[in-house]
Design a binder for this molecule. Structure first.
Ligand SMILES: N[C@@H](CCC(=O)N[C@@H](CS)C(=O)NCC(=O)O)C(=O)O
Length: 380
């Protein structure tokens, strides 16, 4: 095999994020469209049932888009995307994680709650992912739609009452990004960073493509639409000589504020519930009570942010703290305290996020795998 193989789907959030990164880095790859059989096969190889899964040219496999990016930034640093400055790199990590995880619910909400969106994507999935299921297309469409609604709406706190708060998350992020992108091509300046790729999965594969959120984006945030196309069309020569970010641009204040006020308090509750051995948690966001399953992967996310923060020298930590306190709104102080905390004993056991192994047989972490497997009917 001479080029990378991305096993995933062209409607998938995290496959889109990974593809955009590989394209920007100039790393040639082939997209191999998954079906349910290959989904199970990839899960057996890496130990994690998810997409994308990346097959390297030497028979090793990687999964988890954030970890895959980290791998290439280590192994192929030529055209780096991580900011050189440690404090800015931390902010880019925080924004990547916020984009990756916090927009998942609104992305699923718009795709599966609105009739035109659900019809379009269920048809697409019935003919791609479910193409090896020996049932008529109509039934496959019904199956995937019911499954996605059960796993990603009902189990993730999406209700009639919470819809308003979920829509507000999307609209607020759109507006914040429109501001950030009004004077520069990428979120942190002249060059793309991991922050851009963190927002790309949802913005490209869901919000700019599914009819209901796409109409909102076109009307409300044309700069974001332009950025989606810019990032998808990016090649290394377009940014190789552009400067790394050297300062936090003021247009990012709203996005940082949303990360501190919306996302980090949830990560805190999720970690506490995990430490207490709970399976369910509830928390309030924008005056709405959400009840969802405890998410071990996001315990890893918080831990990763903490260890990045705590690995900086005093000057770096002080700089990040000053930014969080001045831009983090009501969540700034809490964000600083959360990042300063020591990692809890149970969370420490999750030191490595799922599927980060670089050998063909990934290390299998019991808690994470049972979490992922529970949620994956394609995985038997
Ligand atoms: N943290 C992972 C998340 C991967 C993920 O959740 N992917 C979704 C698709 S975008 C998935 O595997 N879904 C499988 C399913 O629907 O069961 C990453 O960054 O790659």
């Amino acid at each position: 095999m001479t080029q990378l193989r991305v096993h995933g789907l062209d409607v998938s959030y995290f496959t889109g994020k990974l593809e955009a990164y590989l394209r920007a880095k100039g790393l040639a790859y082939e997209l191999v469209e998954m079906d349910t059989r290959s989904f199970r096969r990839c899960a057996r190889i890496t130990g994690v049932a998810q997409m994308p899964q990346l097959e390297l040219t030497d028979d090793r496999w990687l999964t988890d888009s954030t970890q895959i990016i980290a791998h290439f930034e280590r192994e192929a640093p030529g055209i780096a995307i991580y900011p050189d400055d440690p404090a800015l790199r931390f902010i880019a990590d925080l924004l990547e994680d916020f984009g990756d995880e916090w927009l998942w619910r609104p992305a699923m909400y718009y795709r599966w709650s609105f009739e035109p969106d659900a019809t379009l994507v269920s048809d697409r999935l019935a003919r791609s992912m479910l193409r090896d299921v020996p049932l008529p297309v109509l039934l496959r469409r019904w199956l995937i739609r019911s499954r996605q609604r059960r796993c990603f709406l009902h189990s993730d706190g999406v209700t009639r009452a919470s819809a308003v708060a979920i829509e507000a998350v999307y609209v607020d992020v759109l507006d914040a990004m429109q501001t950030a992108l009004s004077s520069q091509p990428f979120l942190m300046g002249e060059r793309p960073t991991q922050a851009d790729f963190g927002f790309f999965g949802s913005m490209f594969r869901h919000f700019a493509s599914d009819p209901t959120p796409a109409a909102l984006m076109q009307k409300r945030a044309p700069k974001v639409l332009e950025w989606v196309h810019r990032l998808w069309n990016l090649t290394p020569d377009q940014f190789v000589d552009r400067p790394m970010p050297t300062a936090l641009t003021s247009g990012l204040d709203r996005l940082l504020c949303l990360a501190c006020e919306d996302y980090l308090p949830y990560l805190d509750v999720n970690e506490q519930a995990f430490e207490a051995g709970a399976l369910q948690l509830s928390w309030h966001s924008r005056n709405i009570k959400f009840s969802t399953a405890v998410n071990p992967y996001r315990v890893c996310c918080l831990q990763h942010l903490r260890s990045q923060f705590q690995s900086m020298d005093d000057a770096g930590c002080a700089e990040v703290e000053a930014w969080l306190l001045s831009f983090g709104g009501a969540g700034g102080r809490m964000a600083v305290n959360l990042l300063r905390q020591a990692v809890g004993p149970k969370a420490l056991a999750l030191a490595v996020p799922p599927g980060t192994a670089t050998s063909s047989r990934a290390r299998t972490e019991v808690v994470l795998n049972s979490h992922w497997r529970r949620n994956h009917p394609f995985h038997h």
